[in-house]
Design a protein around this ligand. Structure first.
Ligand code: BLA
Length: 493
């Protein structure tokens, strides 16, 4: 096992990663008071305490930085005889200037802006979310030059899955792999909403501590920092993966962290300020594209469900009775809802299409939901947690969407979804081919196992559109039935 023990793992969410008291040494940090006098620094060869920041970098930024929230780009400055890109931000009662190496020939010029335009258009032209993710992975690979670039989406419970990937070396693929929420702890996710680009330039770095006459500065808030020293737990994780450098960009939609662009490289690699800003801009464009796609998808999903419902219900009109209807349309009712199985129970009769629990268990489920599902759809993605005994068939029925049609003898319609873990296993255990050291606790293989634990007995969630659809199907069925009753009544008269 590594130098971390089990108690470190459970305290992941509590590690105060925003106050490491040190930076990564691919840049210099200067900390001044609000008047511009340096009171602390990190990774500077000269002792610069007491100097005026304006003298050190040839630029007085106190006014502009104090007045603004977040990062201010100061442009190119000279510090101790070398050229640097400078950014600055305010951290409580201090101003912080961060200097990183300028890359010659790189600038936010016209050609660059034109590139940005082309990138935007190429994202726009992709079809599905999958295509968009693939294309985005390729673009970020071009921008960063990192060897494995992934589009990572947070799923239910903050676990996540790789939706798109671009690799240009021998790195193993993580495409479609799932990872547990604990791989990116809560406070890190919160920080990444605020600070959208981070670079871990070399996992073997030695942290450069903040030097100051006052001990207060060892806990200066580095939430907005680029150079912030990284959590040792995460560094160990990257080493276990065989990664030498990591960069990630936040994909934020309406203030919520939707996912990350995760980039790995096989050797140390820094990103210039220009590249970091370009990445931030493209990540924002990607977020907008995802949002539009999500909205369109919801609309399309509603349309699809309605059209499909109408087709299915037409069978009911031409059929004699419910039994015949379920016989002819059961499969379609399952497909309609992206379910693995559909079942109906009416009195002693049971019908099933696709993958459902055994008849005896089906009866138990129907009985369990009969009353609540008469009031509103009974929806769960963790049936075994809601119903005693359901643990036994969680592989086929972790997800249940049920509605009761309240007639003299109630009819209970049930849609089932398999445990998500089974679904992933059917698609092939995604971590089968990834190399790992057997005695390592923080590695993708172990992560997959942790994710498996967390999704045990859990199916994919039912969408709002699907729940609505179940309600509508019952309503349509009742309408057809009432119309038929009326016709029969008229004939009798
Ligand atoms: C941070 N974990 C991260 C980050 C990523 C991941 C992308 C952001 C930092 C970076 O850019 O490297 C995880 N990286 C992944 C995942 C994939 C990937 C899932 O490429 C999949 C493709 N990590 C653990 C455990 C803990 C943990 C058990 O596995 C807790 C003890 C901690 N991860 C952890 C911490 C950070 C982190 C503390 C924040 C690092 C920082 O910003 O200082």
């Amino acid at each position: 096992m590594s130098e971390f023990n089990a108690s470190d793992l459970t305290s992941c969410d509590r590690e105060p990663i925003h106050i490491p008291g040190a930076i990564q040494p691919y840049g210099v940090m200067l900390i001044s008071d609000l008047s511009g006098t340096v009171v602390g620094y990190a990774n500077s060869e000269q002792n610069v305490l007491g100097r005026a920041i304006a003298d050190l970098i040839g630029l007085d930024c106190t006014a502009s930085v104090s007045a603004r929230a977040g990062l201010v780009a100061l442009g190119v400055v000279t510090f101790e005889g070398s050229l640097f890109d400078a950014v600055a931000y305010r951290s409580e009662n201090h101003l912080v200037v961060e200097l990183t190496a300028t890359v010659r020939g790189e600038a936010l010029d016209a050609a660059f802006l034109a590139d940005m335009e082309t990138i935007g258009v190429s994202l726009d032209q992709t079809g599905s979310l999958g295509d968009l993710s693939q294309q985005a992975a390729r673009i970020f690979q071009e921008l960063t030059g990192y060897s494995r670039v992934m589009i990572y989406r947070f799923t239910d419970d903050d676990a996540g899955v790789v939706l798109g990937e671009s690799i240009n070396d021998q790195s193993a693929s993580f495409m479609n792999h799932h990872f547990p929420a604990s791989d990116i702890p809560k406070q890190a996710r919160a920080l990444y909403v605020r600070n959208k680009v981070r670079v871990i330039a070399d996992v073997h770095y030695t942290p450069a501590p903040v030097v100051s006459a006052s001990t207060d500065l060892s806990s200066i808030d580095m939430s907005d920092s680029t150079l912030r020293s990284v959590s040792p737990v995460h560094i160990q994780y990257l080493k276990n993966m065989g990664v030498a450098a990591s960069a990630s960009m936040s994909i934020v939609i309406d203030g919520i962290l939707w996912g990350l662009v995760a980039c790995h490289h096989h050797e140390p690699r820094v990103l210039s300020l220009t590249t970091r800003l370009a990445c931030q801009t493209v990540a924002a464009a990607l977020a907008r594209q995802i949002k539009t796609r999500d909205e369109n998808e919801l609309y399309r999903e509603r349309m699809r469900l309605r059209a499909h419902e109408d087709r299915v219900i037409r069978h009911l009109g031409s059929n004699d009775g419910l039994a015949g209807f379920f016989e002819s349309s059961g499969e379609e009712l399952a497909t309609l809802m992206h379910a693995d199985g559909f079942a109906a129970a009416q009195g002693g009769d049971i019908f099933c299409a696709g993958n459902c629990p055994e008849n005896l268990d089906l009866r138990a489920v129907a009985e369990h939901v009969r009353q609540p599902a008469a009031i509103k759809p009974f929806v769960t993605s963790t049936l075994s947690k809601r119903m005693p005994g359901a643990e036994a068939y969680k592989d086929v029925a972790s997800g249940l969407l049920a509605v009761t049609m309240s007639t003299e003898v109630p009819t209970i319609l049930m849609w089932f979804r398999a445990e998500q873990l089974q679904t992933v296993k059917w698609a092939g255990n995604p971590h089968k081919d990834v190399e790992y050291s057997p005695d390592v606790t923080l590695a993708p293989r172990v992560s997959f196992e942790a994710w498996s634990e967390s999704v045990s007995g859990r199916s994919r969630e039912w969408t709002h559109a699907e729940t609505e659809s179940a309600t509508r199907i019952v309503k349509l069925m009742l309408e057809v039935r009432n119309n038929r009753r009326m016709r029969e009544l008229n004939r009798e008269l």
